[in-house]
Design a protein around this ligand. Sequence first.
Ligand code: ADP
Ligand code: MG
Length: 239
Amino acid sequence: MLSIKNLEVKYGNTVALSDFSLTIKRGEIYSLIGPSGCGKSTLLKVLCGIIKDYEGDIAFNDKVFSPKDVAIGYVPQQYGLLEWKTIRDNIFLPYKLNPDKALKEPEVSAIISSLEIDDLQSRYPSQLSGGQKQRAALARAFISQPDILLMDEPFSSLDTFTSEASQRLFLRLWEKYKVTTLFITHNIHEAVSIGEHIVVMSKSPGKIIHQVENPLFNVSEYQEEKLRFVASIINKIGY
Ligand code: ADP
Ligand code: MG
């Protein structure tokens, strides 16, 4: 369990996050949604250890949180693949970094197949489409078996069709491994499609204004209800 209490982050005089408290339960997936500039990426940077200067308390399994002691999987918006390595080397990076923790064969091959990237492994990232790079980044994240998976708008630069296909592949894998996940997006439809819990942030200063369990989590057949639920969140935020 990850517990964030009264987090405050400033860049000089700009308050990026204020009075931000959130508990993320083990094996559950949270969609965090909010407008551009409300502090979503800042939160992930704190959890990754990129930002060390913050106020407030963060605990992981009741111990003071330190990014060095927790295996963090991070899928940034631009995939984070190493351009000079093949897709296979990129996917297998977790083995180099932490061979004891990373998944082994035949599960690795099963993940690569389920993301439909088997035939792309000898290529370099520049030879792939955005959707294919995204799936390679997802494969790497699952193979590393992180304690927490952080995803920063991972589908937002894909076209709608590719984005929805990638979301479905992601959810199928997530169902199998149930990685504790914080999924960040500014797209309400995406938040409702992915999250078991929906957390809504406001801007200036970035804080949580609404949190709700998603009644339609994993219920893909109720599209109409899903749309109504999306509309109710839009009403709350006043977008
Ligand atoms: P989001 O990811 O929700 O779009 P960010 O976390 O990137 O928002 O940014 C939150 C706020 O902090 C914004 O007002 C942004 O302009 C500001 N900000 C982000 N990074 C920096 C930085 N390195 N220096 C100064 N201000 C920053
Ligand atoms: Mg951002």
